[in-house]
Design a binder for this molecule. Structure first.
Ligand code: HEM
Length: 452
């Protein structure tokens, strides 16, 4: 069986049904030709958008001329109440300054320092799962929990059981339930003059989450002043001065950044880890290989990561098939000519890891699960040119290196302790909201792994 893929819609549909399909999920709203096209145009009375699959065009938008294709403001609208002025939403000089302060916290060397906190979150997850052995478990719940735990432990040196952390986690779920986080009105842009409303509940939840995060950052600021702050990501970010302006984040701006670290850092990793575990249940031979390799975890130092090669290839292949961020949108600030077509100023440029990663003219066996592809010529070329799970260029995910340690580590830790089994007839159907999730959850039976 090939890994589940959403059914594509017919090639031609009315705008009305397009919007209706879109509301359900942005993946099944797309026609199958996008897996073969180099570029596709969508015209509606309100906007024009272009999906780009041609590697050099993707490269131009993300890497060569990113300033000419800033983040589309329309996409941000659904997230604004929660994220304020966070690095995820800003553009231009503000964004550049924020990245200069944040990036040093995620440099290679720092990963080694946060590694023990990641392992502690993994140990806690393995211990929690013990109570569910033999049961059928909804895996996305499990992975959301552990990914949130990783964020709080690495950022603020507190576990998810900490009162404030637990409240942020549960409030955040309520926020998502009240407002599917990808605001569709923002993705299928309406004219700018149409007012956007956030429900009262959305605003209330966002305000509550921000107040809780505000408490954490204010406490941390006090500890920094007193010289008693732990050496974690929050301290690093809050004490780093912008090398250009000399400014630091004040408490308010730090709240915006913590909100995005929490959102971007836990939703995405949780999605990827859940799909990785499902794929392991679908391909038990690979699961056994990951589990055998995970014996290396006896050694608990950071160097163990270089020995989790199978796990890394599996995780990388998972990010290809189920990129947690399925699409990204930029806006052309001047008119362009792409593939002999006029791209007007203001057009929405859609970059779709989902389609690019399964492009039929680029990848061998595009819909198949093959972690060995990364050692083949085709796999290596495509990894360079058509693989963007973390985006690319200056606006690349800040947490890419972090996620590539966290994902394989947690996958190996869980599979070292347990075996996951697929439930016949209950395979997940991928749908995309902000991240790629399963329509009705991912249900797997958990067994103890006694044979390794
Ligand atoms: C498997 C896990 C992850 C995936 C697939 C992922 C993917 C992405 C992608 C595709 C973007 C670009 C979005 C866009 O430009 O529209 C992004 C941005 C971002 N990610 Fe991640 N991410 C992951 C984990 C993390 C983690 C763990 C953190 C932090 C702890 C993080 C923090 C951020 C931030 C702050 C941005 C905004 C960067 C900017 O706009 O300058 N991400 N991520």
């Amino acid at each position: 069986m090939t890994p589940p893929k959403p059914e594509a819609r017919p090639d031609k549909v009315s705008l009305r049904s397009y919007v209706r399909l879109f509301r359900k999920d942005i993946l099944s709203a797309q026609p199958a030709r996008l897996y073969r096209a180099w570029m596709a145009e969508f015209r509606t009375p309100f906007f024009r958008s272009f999906l780009l699959n041609q590697p050099d065009l993707v490269d131009m938008v993300l890497k060569k001329r990113p300033d000419d294709f800033p983040k589309s403001a329309r996409i941000s609208e659904g997230l604004r109440p929660l994220l304020g002025n966070s690095v995820f939403l800003t553009n231009g000089e503000v964004w550049k300054r924020q990245r200069r302060i944040i990036d040093p916290a995620f440099e290679g060397g720092r990963l080694r320092e946060v590694f023990p906190a990641m392992r502690a979150a993994g140990d806690a997850a393995v211990a929690r799962l013990r109570a569910q052995v033999g049961e059928v478990v909804e895996i996305e719940e499990v992975t959301s929990h552990v990914a949130a735990d990783v964020i709080f432990r690495t950022l603020f040196s507190i576990p998810i059981e900490h009162d404030i952390a637990a409240q942020v986690f549960s409030r955040f779920r309520a926020y998502q339930r009240a407002q599917p986080i990808l605001n569709l009105a923002a993705f299928v842009p309406l004219p700018r003059w149409v007012p956007r409303f956030h429900s009262r509940e959305t605003r209330r939840n966002a305000a509550r989450i921000r107040a809780l995060i505000g408490q954490l950052t204010a406490e941390r600021m006090a500890m920094i002043s007193a010289g008693t702050a732990p050496d974690d990501l929050a301290t690093k970010i809050m004490t780093t001065a912008d090398p250009v302006t000399g400014e630091r984040f004040d408490t308010d701006e730090m709240v915006d950044q913590v909100a995005i670290f929490f959102l971007a850092g836990h939703e995405t990793s949780a999605s990827a880890l859940a799909w990785a575990l499902y794929l392991m249940a679908l391909y038990p031979d690979w699961q056994d290989r990951v589990a055998r390799e995970a014996a290396a975890l006896e050694d608990d130092g950071f160097s163990v990561m270089s020995r989790l090669k199978v796990s890394r290839d599996v995780f990388r292949e998972t990010l290809r098939l189920y990129p947690p961020v399925p699409m990204m949108v930029r806006e052309a600030i001047c008119s362009e000519r792409f593939r002999d077509r006029d791209v007007p100023k203001g057009a929405q440029m859609v970059l779709s890891p989902w389609h690019l990663h399964r492009h039929e003219r680029l990848w061998d066996n595009p819909d198949g699960f093959d972690p060995e592809r990364w050692q083949t010529e085709n796999g290596k070329t495509c990894q360079r040119e058509a693989y963007i799970p973390f985006s690319a260029g200056p606006r690349v995910c800040t947490g890419a290196g972090f996620a590539m340690v966290e994902g394989p580590l947690l996958l190996s830790m869980i599979l070292r302790a347990y075996r996951v089994e697929r439930m016949e007839g209950r395979d997940p159907v991928p749908v995309a909201h902000l991240t790629v999730r399963a329509r009705d959850g991912i249900w797997l039976r958990l067994r103890p792994r006694e044979d390794v």
